[in-house]
Structure formats: C-alpha cells, structure tokens
Design a protein around this ligand. Sequence first.
Ligand SMILES: [Zn+2]
Ligand SMILES: [Zn+2]
Length: 267
Amino acid sequence: MFVDSHCHLSFPELHGRIGTILDEMAQARVERALCICTTIEEFPQVHALAMEHGRLWATVGVHPDNEGVHEPTLAELVERAALPRVVAIGETGLDYYRLAGRSVADMAWQRERFRTHIRAARATGLPLVVHTRSASDDTLAILQEEGAGQVRGVFHCFTETMAVAKAALAMGFHISFSGILTFRNAEELRAVAREVPLERCLIETDSPYLAPAPYRGKTNSPAYVPWVAARLAEVKGLSVDEVAAATRINFERLFNIPALVPAPLES
Ligand SMILES: [Zn+2]
Ligand SMILES: [Zn+2]
C-alpha cells in the first residue's frame, strides 16, 4: 500500500475526473493522498475533496508563486486549519526561480507570507508543507527564526543539495521525493536520497506535474506514486514493500492520520 503525500487534485487537469483517479489509485494500491492547497480561493474545493472521499486529506496555504491572490492572515489560516480533515499548513515557502526581473530584495512579500504560515503552524500544532526553489538559504533561515524546534513538516518535491537536506533533517523535518527521482539526469538527487534516513522519507507525485518515468511529460496522478517508491527502493537497496510501508507510516505520524494497518490487538 502506498500514499501520495502531495498532489493537486483540485487543479483543472484532475478535478473533473476524480472518480477515475480514485479508481486508478485503488488499482495501484495507492490508499491515501494529501490534497495540497495553493490559494485561499481554492481551499473550499480542496477541503471538499477531503470531506467527500475517505482516502483524501487536505492542507490550507498559499503557494509562494501565487501573486494577485488573496493574501492570507494568520487568523484565516488558523480558522481553516481547524476544520475536519485539514492536517497541515501549506504549501508555503520561498521560490526565487521566477524573479521576472525583480531582485531577491523585492520578494519580501514572499518571506512575509512564509512567516505567516509558520506562525499558523505554531498556533495550530500542524506540520508545514514547505516548497523551496532557488531559495534554500532564506527558507532555512526563516524556518529557524520563526519556528526553530517548534514546527515539524516536510520539504516537498526535494531537489536541493545534501547540505540543505541535512539542515532540514536537523530541524526535524521530513524530505519528500517526487517523480524527479526517476528522471535520467537526477543522479545527484538520487545520491541525496540514498543518505536521507528512511524514517524521514516521504514520497509524492505533485500531480498533475512531474509524472515519473515512464510517464514523464504526461499528466501525473497519485496512481503513479509507486514508480517513485520503486526508484527510492532501488536507490536505497531496499524492497518496494519496505519503502511503501515506511513512507506510509511516516506519513501517518507526521500528519497525525490514523494508521491504515492497525497495530495488532493485545490479547
Ligand atoms: Zn511545491
Ligand atoms: Zn505542490
């Protein structure tokens, strides 16, 4: 049994065929998926998915790339985070990849938004789903300033260096690997994945994006997360079942979701 720790089933590429996607997940033994929110405007749809389907859970947050959307206040995040089946704050973080002619100094609004999300994680006790791209120094520094030792979470769709992974692990964070792990040119990332302790690894699709090989370039879906598990298993010299079980248990613990396989009853 597999879990997808990060997908966007509310996005138009996937939302219209949710029934098919759930069927495909069942066939692929993908038992659970976390639906990630990227704007406050989108939240009702993300939350409805989790309320309507027992295998889905939801987050609340505003992606760092999203401009011209409602800027969330701490109170707005906390209020939504209290709803049933909302298990994390995010995705949030920093993304300096598309500066579009601006300097890093111009991105103060992103850093302020990130701080608001970290405060929401502290206020609610929920873990953070962190997105970082071309911005790892600031991401780590702000996490230290705002949440050191007090927030947990995951660096999702990890593509950073081993040094960044070590810093995230030292702060108690998990590291989530996506379909990028299966790409031919991802040798450096596979070297990082080899070193990240299994008890801190998660797997994800980030669907509809980043479909793993052999589906690269196609619309991704949570049903493809076993391909990520298979590659992680190969990299770590483990069986797919071992990686599937460990990443499922890590997911359940981090997001405080009842265990899919109950512990055996004491007689
Ligand atoms: Zn992301
Ligand atoms: Zn995402």
